[in-house]
Design a protein around this ligand. Structure first.
Ligand code: ATR
Length: 282
């Protein structure tokens, strides 16, 4: 892909940023749609986030994604924070406006819902109670999306109860906090189980979750995508539950940013999923 002097510019700010799959996935779309643009990894140290964000318009950037550990800092550094990002407490997408103003958005909840909807077209959040494991930033976005999608109940299970209580208070809606020790019994009658903890990720301890009480038609999804087939997804598939892997959430959350910066609504396809998956193996 040749980048001209008029190329549109975007990137991902993180520290470290080398592990990020975002340059690969945005690069795929730029190439696929023949767009004159570039999406770069931006290794920005904590402490420099605000200054770098402020320089974006002055360097002609259309915007950036923001990843770990900068998502909360970015929320306080932009001019306008969209309501959903404020509720979640984190910004993952920044769009530079025509006057150089910065708008912060959070597209993780959108990515979560779109991933499930595209894998299972009949799935709706209002189908029944959801069980969410974990109460970090990703869980905040997912709980907000489920509550807004009319989930009748969200059972929020976290090792540290105070984090779950804070999430429930900030997000609002029918969220009940369940002790970590009761995570197996919490599956009774659930229509959805989501793992947002880091358990099961390569290099981390496994997630010890007994699925006996989970109805076999409940959807099981994991936001961990390294490995792609976590032991949770394997165990769920083995007993007949529909499963959805976490890589799709990463791909779908990228869509609104790409559309805003590069002016084209991109599509998540099987070919794209395979291309980004290949990046996981490298
Ligand atoms: P993110 O913001 O990306 O979702 P995070 O804030 O680091 O990530 O959250 C990680 C989640 O994994 C948290 O819910 C964490 O539980 P605590 O709030 O109790 O820390 C959960 N987690 C990590 N290691 C865990 C473990 N060994 N047992 C249970 N939960 C764990």
């Amino acid at each position: 892909m040749i980048v001209s002097g008029e190329a549109k510019l975007a990137g991902v700010m993180g520290w470290p940023v080398a592990h990020s799959l975002s340059p690969r996935l945005h690069g795929y779309w730029l190439e696929h749609y023949g767009i004159d643009g570039a999406y770069l990894p931006l290794a920005v140290r904590p402490g420099d986030v605000e200054a770098v964000l402020r320089l974006l318009p002055r360097m002609g950037f259309a915007g950036v994604n923001v990843t770990v550990p900068h998502k909360e800092t970015a929320l306080g550094a932009v001019d306008t924070v969209e309501a959903e990002a404020r509720r979640i407490g984190a910004v993952n997408t920044v769009v530079v406006g025509p006057d150089g103003d910065l708008t912060g958005r959070n597209t993780d909840g959108f990515g979560f819902l779109e991933n499930l909807r595209s894998a299972l077209p009949k799935w709706m959040p209002d189908r029944g109670p959801a069980v969410v494991l974990g109460a970090g930033g990703a869980a905040r976005a997912i709980c907000a999306a489920l509550v807004d999608g009319a989930a009748p109940e969200v059972r929020l299970v976290n090792r540290t109860p105070s984090r779950a209580e804070a999430l429930a208070a900030d997000v609002g809606g029918p969220i009940t906090v369940v002790p970590w020790a009761e995570r197996n019994a919490a599956l009774d009658g659930a229509a959805l189980l989501v793992n947002t903890t880091t358990l099961g990720m390569t290099g981390n301890p496994p997630l010890d979750q007994d699925l006996t009480d989970l109805p076999t038609d409940a959807v099981v999804t994991d936001i961990v995508y390294a490995p792609l087939q976590t032991t949770l997804l394997e165990a769920a598939a083995a007993r007949g539950n529909p499963t959805v892997d976490g890589l799709g959430m990463l791909l779908h959350q990228a869509r609104p940013g790409f559309a805003a910066w590069f002016g084209r609504e991109p599509e998540v396809t099987a070919a794209m999923h395979a291309f980004v998956r290949q990046g996981l193996a490298e």
